[in-house]
Design a protein around this ligand. Structure first.
Ligand SMILES: CC(C)[C@H](C(=O)O)[C@@H](O)C(=O)O
Ligand code: SF4
Length: 466
């Protein structure tokens, strides 16, 4: 029987099988950020252990970091403490760390790929659920908890349960103006927030081959919002071209040898998946969420649904609650919803392609006077690239607030960027949970193009509406 790509990578990393379902896996790379790691280092110290392979670990500062300046002190005492501990721990154990102000600092899932650390066929873990992003390179990448972080630090291995395999076939091609963000939101609306639970999703199909690495990352990033363990895309020439341009990448015969191996990384034709769904990319329109989970989503052309539209009782109750929290009336056209904030950034849509797409919309236009448009680069490299292309000028001229420092910012409101209760945002991030962007905040998830058009229009809109 053939194997899936996920099974192949998994098997290649088994150090020891514990039982039929559980293996000890070798971890090729562990990424770290300041949240969720201090305890892991404390426990490591308490157990009198050390870090087994410091060079296979890499830290960055992203969640708590201010974005208004690279030399600003973190105001929140808990955030300041986490960051101080991150610096101390990395120094003590010899783990490389990209601090705020460093040219390679940024959101962990943005810098990993930029630095070429998510190579096809490798295992990558991180103390963060959106580690799934790195699956875009054909790496088996997933989030782990604090206790597991300690285990990886101490042994460079991980005790893990074999997940199931799910295939998502994406047929057709995305239409102009429709992005990977719309595709993944439409997929989650179709399969639900638990649709991928217990599974690694592998994406296959025609549409994928026409997606850039950045768009593939957006797709894999939000795989976790469908409940899946990881998202995976077999590598191809698009992947290799991206990696070839990364710093410290292999060269010459070493590179050729590696690429020859990478080309073998795909699921066998007769591989068996436990679940299979198909989505037609050509049928996807720009999406926007109306509720408080990413599956509560409709086309921008659509209307706020009524709880009565849902057959399932749990969905009906969830819709009632979401509508009350979002202060929305069933039947309202999505385009009639005004926002006071627009956020372009995060590990979902804070890369250069996203900023370019926003700049295209904002060039020679003005942000609506009632809207605060916050644009936060996903990494210091993204920021530098944006500046070298003059995008910062486009943003400034349009009246946007383009931040000099990279980080998670308004995606999770763990730094000083947050909405006030009752404020409503169109946001390119990945979660629209209650209070996600600040207590009482209301979030509509959208693509960067829709976000930029919304900032200009003052209400949910796409570029074609302007
Ligand atoms: C803080 C961190 C652990 C968390 C995650 O795991 O995803 C955050 O990044 C998020 O997006 O909610
Ligand atoms: S940008 Fe948002 S989703 Fe991504 S790691 Fe940061 S807080 Fe989590």
């Amino acid at each position: 029987m053939g194997q899936t790509l996920a099974q192949k990578i998994w098997d290649a990393h088994v150090v020891r099988s514990v039982d039929e379902h559980t293996d000890i896996l070798y971890v090729d790379m562990q990424l770290l950020h300041e949240v969720n790691t201090p305890q892991a280092f404390d426990d490591l110290r308490a157990a009198g252990r050390t870090v087994r392979r410091p060079e296979l670990n890499l830290g960055t500062e992203d969640h708590n970091t201010p974005t208004v300046a690279i030399d600003k002190t973190i105001q929140d005492p808990a955030g300041r403490r986490q960051t101080t501990l991150m610096r101390r721990n990395c120094e003590q154990f010899g783990i490389p760390l990209h601090r705020l102000g460093d040219s390679s600092q940024g959101i962990v899932h943005v810098i990993g790929p930029e630095l070429g650390l998510s190579r096809p066929g490798t295992t990558v873990v991180c103390c963060d659920s959106h580690t799934t992003t790195l699956g875009a390179f054909g790496a088996l990448a997933f989030g782990i908890g604090t206790a597991q972080v300690e285990h990886v630090l101490a042994t460079q291995t991980l005790l893990a349960q074999r997940p199931g395999n799910m295939l998502v076939t994406i047929t057709g091609r995305l239409n102009p103006g429709v992005t990977a963000k719309d595709l993944v939101l439409a997929l989650i609306a179709q399969i639900g927030t638990g649709g991928g639970q217990g599974h690694i999703i592998e994406y296959q199909g025609e549409a994928l081959r026409h997606l850039s690495m950045e768009s593939r990352m957006t797709l894999c990033n939000m795989s976790v919002e469908a409940g899946s363990k990881a998202g995976l895309i077999a590598p191809d020439d698009v992947t290799f071209d991206y990696l070839a341009a990364c710093p410290n990448m292999l060269t010459g015969a070493d590179w050729d040898h590696e690429v020859a191996y990478w080309r073998t990384l795909c699921s066998d034709d007769d591989a068996v998946f436990d679940r299979h769904v198909t989505i037609d990319a050509g049928s996807v329109a720009p999406q926007v969420t109306w509720g408080t989970n990413p599956a509560q989503c409709v086309s921008l052309d659509g209307r706020v649904p009524s709880p009565a539209d849902f057959h399932d009782a749990a969905d009906r109750i969830a819709a009632e609650r979401a509508l009350a929290y979002m202060d929305l009336t069933p039947g309202t056209a999505m385009r009639d919803i005004s926002v006071d904030t627009v956020f372009i950034g995060s590990c979902t849509n804070g890369r250069i392609e996203d900023l370019r797409s926003a700049a295209e919309v904002l060039r020679d236009r003005q942000v609506d006077t009632g809207v605060h448009l916050l644009i936060v680069p996903g990494s210091a490299r993204v920021r530098a690239q944006a500046e070298s292309e003059g995008l910062d000028e486009v943003f400034r001229r349009a009246g946007a607030d383009f931040r000099p420092a990279a980080g998670c910012s308004l995606c999770a409101a763990l730094n000083e960027d947050r909405l006030r209760p009752g404020q409503r945002a169109a946001s390119t991030s990945n979660r629209n949970f209650e209070g996600r962007q600040g207590k009482g905040s209301r979030t509509h998830l959208v693509s960067p193009a829709v976000a930029a058009a919304t900032a200009v229009a003052g209400h949910l809109a796409q570029p074609a509406d302007l």
